[in-house]
Design a protein around this ligand. Structure first.
Ligand SMILES: *Cc1c(COP(=O)(O)O)cnc(C)c1O
Length: 379
């Protein structure tokens, strides 16, 4: 099955109860048993729910994986992976990490004795120098937020394999439409399905996809034992969103291409960060491992103060000022005061998050209207 068919049919069966074409929302916490333990494989909805099973099968199909595991949020999915570790274990990750992941690692799991190293994953010598007998996981995110850095998945996978580590890729920004890390050697793919997978800014949900039987069993155990499961209504909304993933992503990419070039040509713009531009420092790697360049971009104004940047954002009408990304509607944000406000100014400026940096999640509206909106905000 090709990807554009998998979004609609991947892992799905006609529901046996009434042959409904759409997966029903099984809004139930429990299931009748004929005799104790005699049931149709469903006992309690924290453990199994048919709507969630359908979603997990869809997740697996999208990433060419054997297993899909659904969680109540992207962070709950990340939490489940780190719960596979023990005190003393070490994780190597990027210093350009999603803020919520950084917070979970440092504020929750460090307390339990897991050690995290943050480095630039571009530099393989740096990564290798951090590996010791306690290292268990390499955690990568590509493209990253908000600098849209691209890491070479195959290179990191080779380092991981030769050192017997678990290699996890947060594939939220690319979506399975543009990039399939398992095919490039990753062990687990993680998604905040809240973003492109669900795609309509109406649900918070997380996903893991993987092939290894033993690790899958451990993750299903954590899913049930810790209990961060999504409800059937949210599973349904995500399944419904996934049906148009390929159509939406195609338009996100087309619109971002035009917006990136418009900004790149604008005299008031100093730099645009979008991996489709040849000037992007990881353009070649992006071209190698992604089938398109995505709908996320950031740009920096020439000599703009924080106040001028905020004024610019306030003048936008079609781009809504909001956290999150990946929905059908265009969003804009000011990383320095929003997503990255908790990082000291000097630290964040080192990674490129200056006061004049603006992040866009380019939606699927008519691109002429989006460009007009930006044009007016420059005036
Ligand atoms: C949003 C996001 C997460 C967290 O997912 P939630 O669904 O908000 O819990 C993790 N990684 C990336 C890259 C994200 O954008």
């Amino acid at each position: 099955m090709k990807f554009n068919t998998k979004t609609i049919h991947g892992g799905q069966k006609i529901d046996p109860a009434f042959n409904s074409v759409m997966q029903p929302i099984y809004q139930t916490s429990t299931y009748a048993q004929k005799s104790p333990g005699v049931n149709k494989g469903f006992e309690y909805s924290r453990t199994h729910n048919p709507t969630r099973t359908a979603l997990q099968n869809s997740f697996a199909s999208l990433e060419n994986a054997k297993y899909g595991v659904a969680f109540s949020s992207g962070l709950a999915a990340i939490d489940a992976i780190i719960k596979l570790l023990s005190p003393g274990d070490e994780v190597i990750s990027t210093n350009d990490l999603y803020g919520g992941t950084f917070r979970l690692f440092t504020k929750i799991f460090e307390k339990y004795g897991v050690k995290f190293h943050f480095t630039s994953l571009h530099n393989t010598a740096d990564v290798e120098s951090l590996i010791n007998e306690n290292t268990k996981v390499i955690w990568a995110e590509t493209p990253t937020n908000p600098m849209i850095n691209i890491f070479d998945i195959e290179v990191l996978s080779n380092i991981s394999k030769s050192n017997n580590l678990l290699f996890v890729v947060d594939n939220t920004f690319a979506s399975p439409y543009l990039q399939n890390p398992l095919n490039l050697g990753a062990d687990i793919v993680m998604h905040s399905a809240t973003k492109y997978l669900a795609g309509h800014s109406d649900v918070v949900l997380g996903a893991l996809m993987l092939n290894d039987d033993e690790i899958a069993e451990k993750l299903y155990f954590v899913q049930n034992a810790s209990g961060a499961v999504p409800g059937p209504q949210d599973c349904f909304l995500t399944l419904r969103g996934i049906k148009t993933l390929h159509v939406r992503m195609q338009r996100h990419c087309e619109n971002a291409h035009k917006v990136a070039h418009f900004l790149n040509d604008h005299e008031m713009v100093e730099k645009v960060y979008w991996p489709g531009l040849e000037s992007h420092k990881n353009h070649k790697v992006a071209k190698k491992q992604m089938s398109g360049f995505g709908g996320m971009l950031s740009f920096r104004m020439k000599d703009f103060s924080k106040e001028q940047s905020i004024k610019f954002l306030e003048k936008l009408h079609l781009f809504t000022l909001a956290e999150s990304l990946g929905g059908v509607e265009s969003l804009c944000g000011h990383p320095a005061t929003m997503t990255h406000a908790s990082i000291p100014k000097e630290e964040r400026e080192k990674s490129g998050v200056t006061d004049s940096l603006i992040r866009l999640s380019v939606g699927i509206e008519d691109v002429d209207d989006l460009i007009n909106d930006l044009q007016n905000a420059f005036l």
